[in-house]
Design a protein around this ligand. Structure first.
Ligand code: GTP
Ligand code: MG
Length: 367
């Protein structure tokens, strides 16, 4: 029997007895040098996921372990969903450990975005949210951008200690670690990654030269993110895969935009003006008069206004509204996990609708 007790792909404890339970690996696979469980095998080769959810207790256990350790913490956020992928109260779990903040998926933002400005924006937001980070970095783990620099910074800041990579689910923690492994050893895709939330199931320790470890962790689930409300098949559609092309709409008062059937934006007052929408290129934006919007939604949600899918409508939450008055120049209205709308000039009144449970918020413009 192999020495390896844990799946290299997701960290789960391996077992060879019960194929329908997590951690199953057939006896024959234990001969291999690197053993992965059946769930990771299917994710890797067929992009199919076997549903496993960690309980809040599992997360607490892991967070407590991090709190008790003497380590460097690398907290990753998804820059496309900065607020939705933020872990509130992270500072309470890290103890006296230092934190680096990494904004991943920078490849999704328009190339014209000024990185220094964006880093300043992240520092400002992090501070507002109560996190004191030693430094802030922007990377693209998927494309390998700025990985070398960030890995060098991690090595410096860790000061001979372990490194925990933490963050909410799907921000790209495992992809980030895979990139670092590739830089160092040339090995590809060691840890399992996927576009489904909840891929990594337990701590995964990657040994470093000095006997310490680079440690992947399961992502915390932020229930207010759109990803938890769409059908698995639609996750790909709402998650941008390449550079977002901003879509500009000139709206008159009393006009409405629908983002599929997932979100709605009413322009109430403030004179004719432009709105810049940053959502996945595959999300259909539909414009209508506000007076027709309710009826249009009722008649066409699940078809013209999709996602959600028709067969999902029974369980899909109603859209709830929140009103915003734009008081500052360059403001974003954010639909957590779906994208945002930038409004350049103050003086507008708008209403944002999202499925009950999904967060909408106003912020200083990211771009
Ligand atoms: N566009 C883009 N996508 C990325 C990047 N990094 C990761 N992804 C994608 O984000 C999704 C999640 O990546 P993972 O590495 O599995 O995320 P994770 O944080 O480990 O997720 P959990 O294990 O569920 O907590 C995958 O579809 C990745 O391809 C990036 O830099 N850019
Ligand atoms: Mg992971």
């Amino acid at each position: 029997m192999s020495e390896q007790n844990f799946c290299m792909g997701c960290g789960v404890k391996l077992q060879t007895e019960n194929p329908s339970e997590i951690g199953y690996a057939p006896k024959s696979s234990l001969e291999k040098e690197i053993v992965i469980c059946q769930r990771c095998f299917r994710l890797k080769h067929y992009n199919e996921v076997q549903d496993v959810s960690l309980t809040d207790d599992d997360f607490l256990k892991i967070l407590n372990e991090i709190g008790k350790s003497d380590a460097l913490i690398v907290m990753i956020v998804d820059i496309f969903d900065f607020n939705g992928s933020w872990i509130p109260g992270m500072h309470r779990f890290v103890g006296d450990n230092k934190i680096l903040l990494v904004g991943n998926k920078v490849d999704l933002l328009p190339k014209s975005v000024n990185h220094d400005k964006l880093i300043r924006w992240m520092k400002h937001e992090a501070k507002e949210l109560g996190l004191r980070a030693e430094e802030v970095y922007l990377v693209s783990a998927a494309k390998g951008q700025f990985i070398k620099e960030t890995a060098a910074a991690i090595d410096e800041f860790r000061n001979g200690k372990d490194v925990y990579v933490v963050g909410c689910t799907n921000v790209g923690k495992s992809t980030f670690i895979n990139r670092i492994i590739k830089e160092v050893t040339g090995e590809q895709d060691v840890i399992t990654t996927s576009h489904f939330p909840g891929t990594t199931l337990d701590i995964i320790k990657i040994p470093l030269d000095d006997g310490k470890s680079l440690i992947d962790s399961p992502g915390i689930i932020n229930h207010h993110q759109m990803a938890h409300f769409v059908d698995k098949k639609d996750l790909k559609l709402i998650t941008p895969k390449k550079e977002i092309k901003p879509k500009i709409f000139q709206l008159n008062e009393d006009q409405t935009l629908f983002f599929g059937g997932l979100a709605r934006f009413d322009y109430v007052s403030g004179g004719r003006r432009s709105f810049v929408c940053y959502v996945s290129n595959d999300v259909m934006i539909h414009r209508t008069k506000t007076e027709n919007a309710d009826q249009l939604y009722q008649q066409h949600v699940g078809e013209m206004l999709a996602p959600p899918r028709k067969d999902q409508l029974g369980s899909f939450p109603e859209l709830v509204k929140q009103e915003f008055i734009i008081k500052e120049p360059k403001t974003d209205i954010v639909f957590s996990g779906l994208g945002w709308i930038t409004i350049n000039d103050p003086g507008a009144k708008v209403i944002a609708y999202a499925p009950k449970g999904v967060q909408t918020l106003i912020r200083k413009s990211l771009i």
